[in-house]
Design a protein around this ligand. Sequence first.
Ligand code: NAD
Length: 246
Amino acid sequence: MTKQSEERRLARFILERAPWLVLTGAGISTESGIPDFRTPGAGLWEHYNPMALLSTETLNNDPETFYRIGYPVLRKFRDALPNPAHLVLADWERREWVRGVVTQNIDSLHIRAGSREVLEIHGHLRTGSCRRCRSIFPIDRLEEQLAKAIIPPRCLCGGLLRPDVVLFGDQLPDDFSKAQMLARSHPVLVVGSSLTVSPANLLPSVAPELVIVNVGPTPYDDRATYRFQEKAGVFFPRLHALLLGQ
Ligand code: NAD
């Protein structure tokens, strides 16, 4: 079967089985200029040890290192713009081909692209909160202190401020339970995830149907009805054009 006819079959399948739950990982944002964790030569893990830097242990015991070395890696994500893959998925939600997006990403790019039902199971960089009084603030409150070299940033109550991303050692937000429910009752389309980070990688195992679009291999490749090793930002506009022609 040619690649083009395989893509046509996928386009039909997308329409037949809609609405889909989309599960995205760092790979969907690499074409927006944010490196993922595992692509050889480009992955963040080649330069940093995120488990050590971006952990609750470092935040609690060594907040200076967290804010001087770990957090600057994350804050770069705030400047990125959505790419065509994010935009196509937002369009599919408006057409009711997508029920929602579950993302492991903290870059807010699905929301900036116009997706409405977005479950950010690893949090986001739009807000920060106080570890002591639990108040939630726009992230700029934290950023303003960092810009004045006030490290670590603090709340008016004196408590330590933190970004509202899920750090290693944190529990997942309630959104993860909702994502599990949706994954049981919708076909799942995985985009740009190595499916090696737990527990997000459990979602495909409960899905009634599975499609994977990812450059690298995943442990679920044999279980997927369709599996494309393609760059999402190129593949989705092409698939979208096929869908509009159906
Ligand atoms: P991962 O780094 O484990 O895997 C990314 C996968 O995407 C790889 O298998 C790679 O082959 C594939 N890929 C890379 N570019 C692609 C492209 N253009 N199109 C399609 N596939 C592409 O990512 P993960 O599964 O999300 O897990 C890593 C963890 O990293 C998550 O916990 C996530 O929170 C965090 N993270 C987030 C961001 C972000 O917010 N953008 C960036 C880096 C890491």
